[in-house]
Write a protein that binds this ligand. Structure first.
Ligand SMILES: O=C(O)CCC(=O)C(=O)O
Ligand SMILES: [Fe+2]
Length: 346
């Protein structure tokens, strides 16, 4: 990376390039989760934010800030290793976890390196996306050997952020009038994972993106970002790209595809992307709250009626996950990995 010529794999099509534009910037809502606040107020603020933005920030969330700092330090140390060292834990056909520097979003290469690990190691996934294939395979974490602290920190972090995710999901479901623990069981043997994202400075910030525009396939995502900035969210009211300003010790939460389906479209999984810059490296850590492979996702029956029929057909999350990680085509079939594929058209 960083050559004078940009590898065409990174070049966004004209319509997706970030253009500097003056828009009236509104901020995504910031919600204070302090235990002293009335829970029903928190629930109604979350509901409003999910409906209006699909995105919000949270403060006083209970994850220790020293632990978050430690994740950043250990993460940056890892990405600073020689390429050869990082490649020892490289993701491949067999192992979908670990280090990767060729991530693509919508067939365009992202200007970043990643390290992925599962919250529940050795999670089972379907071996293929073919509906009739019942075989399962095991996904196993790969840990770099340069420092024992790396694994310890990352595992501790995963447990904390998982706890927070259950709470957030409960509040989101309560805001829809559903039981807070309605989908709790879906996350036993979950496929949830933490991703460390490292975005090096980029000499071509007007042609390439750190992550191209996309929606998350999770139930929800809990994202930590450093002070550099670069995340942009597509504002629902007018489709403008709005920067999410870094806020110290806050998390950015977004509704993922699964909550969109469970809510029968009341809450939308909103598009977002990451722009890069010429001088600063950026570090971010999303936690994707993914259910277990056997979970079938469909709109909550309480939210479906004659006047408001189901907007989605049921889909199996494991097959969806396997399809996302298909290794039998270099360029991913974008259409296949969208929940739109399961939308009921009438
Ligand atoms: O780095 C970020 O701010 C967001 C990354 C992201 O959207 C993703 O990994 O899905
Ligand atoms: Fe994302």
């Amino acid at each position: 990376m960083g050559n004078i010529d940009l590898d065409p794999a990174f070049i966004q099509s004209t319509e997706h390039r970030p253009v500097p534009k003056v828009v009236e910037v509104t901020e995504i809502p910031v919600i204070d989760l302090s235990g002293s606040r009335d829970e029903s107020l928190i629930i109604s603020e979350i509901g409003k934010a999910c409906e209006e933005w699909g995105f919000f920030q949270i403060v006083n969330h209970g994850v220790p800030s020293e632990l978050c700092k430690e994740v950043e330090i250990e993460g940056k140390k890892f990405f600073g290793l020689e390429s050869e060292e990082k490649r020892k834990v490289k993701r491949d056909e067999v192992n979908a976890m670990g280090y990767h520097d060729g991530e693509h979003t919508k067939n365009v290469r992202d200007w970043k390196e990643v390290f992925d690990y599962l919250v529940e190691d050795n999670a089972q996934v379907p071996s293929s996306y073919e509906p009739d294939d019942k075989d399962l395979r095991t996904l196993t974490n790969q840990w770099p050997q340069h420092s024992p602290q790396f694994r310890k920190t990352m595992e501790e972090y995963a447990r904390e952020v998982e706890k927070l995710s259950y709470k957030l999901l409960g509040w989101i479901l309560s805001s829809l009038g559903l039981a807070a623990d309605k989908f709790h069981g879906c996350f036993k043997n979950q496929l949830s994972m933490v991703r460390l994202n490292y975005y090096p400075p980029c000499p071509f910030p007007d042609l390439a993106l750190g992550v191209g525009h996309h929606k998350d396939s999770s139930a929800l995502t809990v994202l930590a970002q450093d002070e550099v900035g670069g995340l942009q969210v597509k504002r629902k009211s007018d489709g403008e790209w709005i920067p999410v300003r870094p806020c110290p010790n806050a998390y950015i939460i977004n509704v993922g595809d699964i909550v969109q389906v469970w809510s029968n479209d009341k809450y939308e999984s909103v598009e977002h992307r990451v722009v890069v810059n010429t001088t600063k490296e950026r570090f971010s850590v999303p936690f994707f709250f993914f259910p277990a492979h056997h979970v079938n996702v469909s709109p909550a029956e309480e939210l479906v009626s004659e006047e408001n029929p189901a907007k989605f057909k049921e889909y199996n999350y494991g097959k969806f996950f396997a399809n996302r990680n298909r290794s039998d085509f270099k360029k991913r079939d974008v259409e296949n990995i969208q929940i739109q594929h399961f939308r009921i058209l009438n």
